[in-house]
Design a protein around this ligand. Structure first.
Ligand code: DC
Length: 224
């Protein structure tokens, strides 16, 4: 069974996807990490996020895997067999991932990889921007997770400062706005809810409360 969670940056998709997957004894597919790995590799190899041919070539050989460590909710992201850690979570890589993900040929190449990874476990919780609309249109349950932009920026700010990054809330909000605009206005697979997605607003909810709602919905779907 595939469960999809789409939504803007900072809505809490990763946290909620991990908790939901743990509850369902399933696997998380963090598709943003795939775009981020491509962005990181492009930086390392000096390929511009505007160089579509160069990116397509790299994407067709991209070796991204997710390793689940027992007792740990967050899977380890491996690029060419090596853990990438926080290197894919920097503001620079975030912006590059957003820019290169707007290219249709790049998305087309990464589609196969995402579908393959999505079928590598019995229960998969896939999170991203176009899981319910493009990649897994026939998913068993679909969610679109939103939250107030200021609350999303505050969460991201807390996360970055906890990792020792020196940022201001204003910068985080501005970068988030830029990424939201680009991700939702691009021509191909823009961020939008699937017609059959259940909308969840996480602004005033804890991750556990969000997961509870989703879990109940998944159970209802399974009973149908
Ligand atoms: O979810 P994230 O913030 O890790 O994603 C990073 C970027 O990757 C995001 O700005 C847009 C792109 N992305 C995408 O276009 N489609 C997805 N399914 C997931 C991410």
């Amino acid at each position: 069974m595939i469960i999809t969670i789409d939504g803007p940056a900072g809505a809490g998709k990763s946290t909620v996807a991990q908790l939901l997957a743990a509850r369902l004894d399933g696997m998380v597919l963090d598709t943003g990490a795939i775009y981020r790995c491509l962005a990181l590799q492009a930086r390392q190899r000096g390929v511009s996020p505007a160089d579509i041919d160069g990116l397509v070539e790299m994407a067709s050989h991209l070796d991204v895997r997710f390793e689940t460590i027992s007792g740990q909710v967050q899977p380890v992201v491996l690029l060419d067999g090596q853990p990438v850690g926080d290197a894919i979570r920097t503001p620079e890589v975030s912006q590059d991932a957003s820019v290169l993900s707007a290219h249709a040929p790049v998305r087309a190449v990464l589609l196969d990889l995402q579908r393959r990874l999505g079928h590598s476990a019995d229960v998969v919780v896939a999170e991203g921007r176009d899981m319910g609309t493009v990649v897994f249109r026939n998913a068993g349950a679909k969610f679109f997770l939103v939250a107030d932009p200021v609350e999303r920026a505050r969460r991201r700010f807390d996360e970055l400062t906890a990792r020792g990054r020196s940022v201001t809330i204003e910068d985080v909000l501005a970068e988030q706005q830029e990424r939201d605009n680009r991700d939702s206005q691009r021509a191909v697979a823009p961020l939008q809810p699937a017609p059959d997605a259940v909308m969840v607003d996480s602004t005033a909810l804890t991750p556990d409360q969000v997961v509870e709602r989703m879990f109940e919905q998944v159970q209802r779907t399974m009973e149908d």
